[in-house]
Design a protein around this ligand. Structure first.
Ligand code: ZN
Length: 470
């Protein structure tokens, strides 16, 4: 796909290059070149913004420490946004037209009930669902929409029915850009679309499936006025990598043993891997936390590949296989990770192997119970996020994580992204079919149901219900 011509450089808004991740290619492109894959070999790109051992990491850390997070009344993006707070490690200069909705600065919760459930002494949950549109996508979209404005685009486009669409719609509106979301006609759930419609996005229903939408997005991406913000966009990874910096500041620079994330399109694990790697290069941490990715059993192409890697292949990540066998009809109720052919799997796998982490899968049953347990910790999350706690429990049982280890699981979406799932879990009607078109729905029968109860309208019955509850 040829790059669109870059507009004349009128400011110093950016620094760095886009680099092909294929080490035998290694082609580099300017940041203003609007390409989304390597123009030479077709592989994905990543951004190199000059993070190297010559940069004074300690000075940077001191600078961040002196910069207030969320200063009341401040209009400076570096004092209100948890992404722009780390501008020194992003491919933008101080005069860039920063787009922000006060993303980042999300809480790191202690989760004692989930810890006990997993067999750990303690467990912390980093909740990216506290972002403006309720998902982790917002940190990446702040960077991608800033880049869209710099590149002179008028329309931002993506193919998505879920969190990406909501985030794109909000950030494009804030950037003064038109947002266009391409969807397969007749396969759209209104609950997932509600946010995009509310933020004013143009929702285009296409005759065809999701792959057809993706192809069309790539085709219209050649238009000079269009900016593509799908998962392949390397600027989104730059925004998302700041979560690693934020975690380390919240931990007072005491490195956790494990970081555990859900695995769908793998952008999140890729970004966290890049963030921690940059902190290592800067000398701000002396080793990497083990990064583990958890997939749902019905949508687990990377877990399957990982299980088949031999000891040598797991070594230090030098041998990333050429191909990933996709899952043709991915099935999971955790819709945010219902992805059979993840775009960023190579970058993600490389980050996992470099850190000594794992890629595993968990069942629908395990996800549902883990989600209820996170709820009992008064935290809540969307189903995909709960793969992490289910995965940690499994890794503890397998001896990969030890009882006293310092573990942080990353929750990616807010509980209210999928209220129907919660209602059905608690009233016992949540059900699942393992393969499309094969057999009846199987009820999941969760271990921690909490259905509403009917009570007669009098004080005595209410008091007796309260007593039974204790
Ligand atoms: Zn290349």
């Amino acid at each position: 796909m040829p790059g669109s011509p870059a507009p004349a450089d009128k400011s110093t808004a950016q620094r760095g290059v886009q680099r092909c991740i294929n080490s035998s290619c290694g082609a580099t492109f300017g940041l203003r070149e609007r390409i989304y894959v390597c123009a030479r070999c077709g592989e994905t790109l990543e951004i190199d913004c000059g993070v190297n051992a010559r940069v004074d990491g300690r000075a940077l850390r001191d600078q961040w420490a002196s910069r207030p997070a969320r200063r009341a009344g401040s209009k400076a993006p570096r004092e209100t946004s948890g992404v722009w707070r780390y501008l020194e490690l992003l491919p933008f200069e101080a005069d860039a037209p920063f787009i922000t909705l006060f993303e980042g600065n999300t809480p790191l919760f202690e989760a004692p009930r989930s810890a006990e459930y997993c067999g750990l002494r303690a467990l912390r949950l980093k909740h990216q669902g506290y972002n403006p549109t309720g998902s982790f996508k917002d940190t990446g979209m702040a960077a991608a929409m800033t880049q869209a404005v710099i590149s002179g685009a008028r329309t931002a486009v993506c193919a998505s029915t879920g969190n990406t669409a909501a985030s794109l719609a909000a950030y494009a509106a804030r950037a003064g850009l038109r947002a266009a979301i391409l969807l397969p006609r007749g396969q759209v759930s209104s609950s997932k679309l509600a946010q995009s419609l509310d933020y004013g996005a143009l929702v285009l229903e296409i005759e065809g499936n999701f792959d057809a939408c993706m192809r069309l997005v790539r085709e219209i991406g050649d238009e000079p006025s269009v900016y593509v913000a799908n998962s392949i966009n390397p600027f989104r990874v730059e925004g998302q990598k700041t979560v690693a910096f934020e975690i380390m500041e919240q931990c007072n620079w005491c490195l956790p043993d494990h970081i555990v994330v859900p695995g769908g399109n793998m952008g999140n694990s890729t970004a966290l891997g890049k963030g921690f790697q940059e902190l290592l290069v800067l000398g701000l941490i002396d080793c990497l936390p083990k990064l583990s990715v958890i997939q749902a059993e019905g949508a687990a192409p990377l877990a399957r590949l990982f299980a088949n890697l031999d000891g040598q292949g797991r070594g230090r990540g030098e041998h990333i296989p050429e191909k990933l066998d996709p899952v043709e009809n991915p099935q999971t109720l955790a819709s945010a990770i219902k992805i059979g052919a993840p775009i960023s799997w190579k970058k993600s796998l490389s980050a996992v192997l470099r850190s000594g982490g794992q890629v595993i899968s968990v069942s629908e049953h395990e996800i549902a119970d883990a989600k209820a347990m996170i709820g009992r910790d008064s935290i809540g999350c969307e189903p995909a996020s709960a793969t992490t706690v289910a995965g940690v429990r499994k890794l503890v049982a397998a001896g990969q994580i030890h009882r006293d280890d310092d573990v942080i699981a990353v929750l990616t979406g807010h509980a209210l992204k999928d209220p129907d799932y919660m209602i059905r879990y608690h009233d016992g009607t949540l059900s699942f079919v393992a393969q499309k078109g094969s057999g009846p729905l199987r009820p999941l029968g969760g271990a921690f149901p909490n259905a509403p109860r009917r009570v007669a309208a009098n004080k005595a019955d209410i008091l007796s219900s309260l007593e039974r509850r204790q």
